[in-house]
Design a protein around this ligand. Structure first.
Ligand SMILES: [Ca+2]
Length: 225
């Protein structure tokens, strides 16, 4: 493993979760920006999304196009020896999702996804969004809302996926980050600087995405990525 490779690994982990999803040349770039990325995520002060773009914008956009950084052998439902009793495993685009019926806060749902090597789902395009909505709607009992892995917790009006990938900057009249996919309802997201209680977590509904308080209980969708 060369120095470049090692640095690249550090950058990928701390910064933008970029690991091999881009093309081969990305390794050097990731290594170079590793330090900057480390600061962004490590801060926990919420600068992860928008501010990170200044240092690692190119990396983030390059990585985002591939839609996920997990390059290990894809996990299919058959790869899971154990599925929590409140969850059902489904496959889409050659990897597994758990749709889980226990009502949990956003943070607890995220934790439970992690127990199975998953994260709250990251929706990268309209096809995936449609599949998730349709799958949720077909479950019994039918439920309107599921957590997915978008949050602006700690970084008001800067929205990122739980893997650290930013996708939206601003309130309802905000902007895409790196051209990533969103499916906000017409009135979402609310402006975190004026809305109380703060609505920092993302749930998917039949008519689009909505931001709601993270402590509310929701069913949730985990995804392997
Ligand atoms: Ca996804």
């Amino acid at each position: 493993m060369s120095n470049g490779g090692t640095l690249g690994g550090v950058g990928g982990t701390a910064g933008v979760a970029t690991s091999g999803a881009g093309n081969g040349g990305t390794t050097t770039i990731a290594g170079t920006s590793g330090v900057a990325g480390e600061g962004g995520v490590g801060s926990g002060s919420g600068a992860m999304g928008g501010e990170g773009g200044a240092a690692g914008g190119l990396d983030e956009c390059a990585e985002g196009g591939a839609g996920g950084a997990n390059t290990e052998t894809p996990y299919l439902c058959a790869d899971y020896d154990f599925v929590p009793t409140d969850c059902t495993c489904y496959e889409y685009d050659n990897h597994a999702y758990f749709f889980c019926s226990a009502y949990r806060s956003f943070d607890n749902a995220s934790l439970f996804c992690g127990f199975d090597g998953m994260k709250l789902a990251r929706i990268d395009d309209s096809q995936e969004n449609g599949w998730i909505v349709n799958t949720a709607a077909a479950r019994q009992p039918p439920v309107e809302y599921y957590w997915i892995g978008g949050t602006s917790e700690g970084s008001p009006n800067s929205w990122s996926w739980v893997d650290g990938t930013p996708f939206w900057e601003g309130a309802v009249d905000g902007d895409l980050v790196c051209g990533r996919y969103v499916n906000w309802r017409s009135t979402s997201p609310t402006d975190a600087t004026v809305t109380e209680p703060v609505q920092d977590c993302l749930h998917v509904t039949l008519d689009g995405w909505d931001d709601v308080p993270c402590g509310e209980g929701r069913m949730y969708v985990c995804e392997w990525y």
